[in-house]
Write a protein that binds this ligand. Sequence first.
Ligand SMILES: NC(=O)c1ccc[n+]([C@@H]2O[C@H](COP(=O)([O-])OP(=O)(O)OC[C@H]3O[C@@H](n4cnc5c(N)ncnc54)[C@H](OP(=O)(O)O)[C@@H]3O)[C@@H](O)[C@H]2O)c1
Length: 324
Amino acid sequence: MLEDRRTELLERQGIAFRFTGVASRRLGWIADPAGIDSQTLLALGNSRSAPPPDPAPRDVREWLDSARADVLFEATSLNVHDGQPAVDHIHAALQHGAHAITANKGPIVHAYRDLRDLAATRGKRFLFESTVMDGVPVFSFFDQLPAIRLQGFHGILNSTTNVILAEMENGLSFEDALKKAQELGIAETDASHDIDGWDAAVKTAALITVLMDYPIKLPEIDREGIRELTGNAVRNARRDGWPFKLVCRAKRTANGVEASVRPEKILGTQPMARISGASSYVYFETDIFPGLALTEENPGIYATAYGLLADLVRAVGAKSDKNK
Ligand SMILES: NC(=O)c1ccc[n+]([C@@H]2O[C@H](COP(=O)([O-])OP(=O)(O)OC[C@H]3O[C@@H](n4cnc5c(N)ncnc54)[C@H](OP(=O)(O)O)[C@@H]3O)[C@@H](O)[C@H]2O)c1
């Protein structure tokens, strides 16, 4: 994505860049401050291992130093329990003096305030637009709504379950619909994160934590997945005009915020009932605008990468607000 938009980034935003490091469990910590060309990086991504640089960085701090990183893109797998190792990676980047950009929801749910405050102290940005609804500007949307009060929201934030429910409506059992979603590459081999509602709950928690300024813990979210739904129940609900959807909800109360993720029957004329396939939807209730909605129709595979790229522009672009 970065290579593909190199010209636009330079001409429209004044951003020139080079890749000076890449890391994963398989590859270890690879750094070269002179730059690594993108073809080499793509080849590394497809390989099982890489020759270690000499001397090889031993941890994220040494790696950031060796790469002389200005920006870190953090995209490790989601760890719903404590957000690690992503929290440590982002912490290290901000300490190093780099902007930190992530697609990983774990650090938002487990360490948002610490990382936000550290970024402010270091004069750097901690940005995470790809964590919810891929690259759709959900968090940035609220930058355009200063001093507004968000009272609550509802929506469909997990596309895998939406696809599985549609396949069940078309005649498949839960097990066969899951298998089909896995064959299509929509559901992972271990799809429990999606079907048990964890992914939707973590996204709900991220929106509540950042936009409602309430650091909700995952166990506080009343969570139920779609595993117990039978094909007949799903088909009957659709036939009756009240299809099942895995719905995320949050509402401000006198004591904080109440939230749930669970299958609900939605009246067929409601916007949520018409969210099909891999699409997502969120409806915000604010004190000024009673209802504001964002819909993402069938995102392609570049949507998440685009969110990371847009965060880069927010952090270092000529038009970015350096005072944030
Ligand atoms: N895919 C999407 O459309 C999407 C959308 C929104 C948000 N996200 C979020 O973006 C992140 C990445 O998604 P993905 O689908 O690419 O996940 P993934 O398939 O699990 O890949 C994660 C990558 O992180 C590396 N990694 C995992 N644990 C690591 C560790 N402890 N240290 C170093 N590297 C580690 C893996 O390297 P190895 O292969 O070497 O283990 C792999 O390259 C996740 O947090 C996900 O929730 C993804």
